[in-house]
Ligand binder design. Structure first.
Ligand code: IMP
Ligand code: MG
Length: 178
């Protein structure tokens, strides 16, 4: 199998772009069902979700808006558990349907911080969409409305996901070998 080296680690191909596309198309069908008449605001959690959000948003065939927030949590290949807000909302979300867009929910700590940040914003209806979910690592209890794929606990990169800032540009997803 083809491997790539990023900084000091080796990764192998894991989820090809065609599979990612198919997964997103499935998520869009579910979303159409629930959101088509709600003019939802897709609130993208930077940096990791930028590529997923772009592909997802292009596939939507109903009125929707998009905006971005940024928190910082991860360093290296382990979730640090520390989360800091760097870029907040610049529009009102009061009375709106909001869909949080995340690349991956691992422990759930980052998403919980985002939910705390949004808790006093008077959102009418809050949905969570994540491309990837690591159920064996998940420590929280909030409901995730749209999950693209469930994956084991391996560290992955590509398609927006990074290793120390590198590899976000890869169009496929790779998993760590060593
Ligand atoms: P959590 O707080 O543990 O749920 O981690 C969520 C955040 O950590 C995600 O938004 C990602 O940015 C990052 N993350 C989690 N797992 C991975 C991974 O396997 N590769 C790269 N980043 C990850
Ligand atoms: Mg992320």
């Amino acid at each position: 199998m083809a491997t790539i080296t990023v900084l000091d680690k080796v990764f192998e191909s894991y989820i090809p772009h065609e599979k990612i596309e198919a997964v997103i198309e499935k998520m869009v069908i579910e979303m159409e069902h629930n959101l088509a008449d709600k003019n939802p605001l897709f609130l993208v959690i930077l940096n990791g979700a930028f590529m997923f959000a772009g592909d997802l948003f292009k596939k939507l065939h109903f009125p929707a808006e998009i905006s971005f927030i940024k928190f910082v949590s991860y360093s290296g290949t382990q979730s640090s558990g520390h989360v800091r807000q760097l870029m907040g909302l610049d529009e009102s979300v009061e009375g709106r349907t909001v869909v949080l867009v995340e690349d991956i929910v691992d422990t759930g700590i980052s998403m919980e911080k985002v939910l705390e940040y949004l808790s006093d914003k008077k959102i009418k209806d809050l949905h969570i969409a994540t491309l990837l979910f690591k159920p064996n690592s998940y420590k929280k209890h909030f409901k995730i409305d749209y999950i693209g794929l469930e994956i084991p606990n391996d560290f992955i990169i590509g398609y927006g996901l990074d290793y120390n800032g590198q590899a976000r540009n890869l169009k496929d997803i790779y998993k760590i070998v060593h």
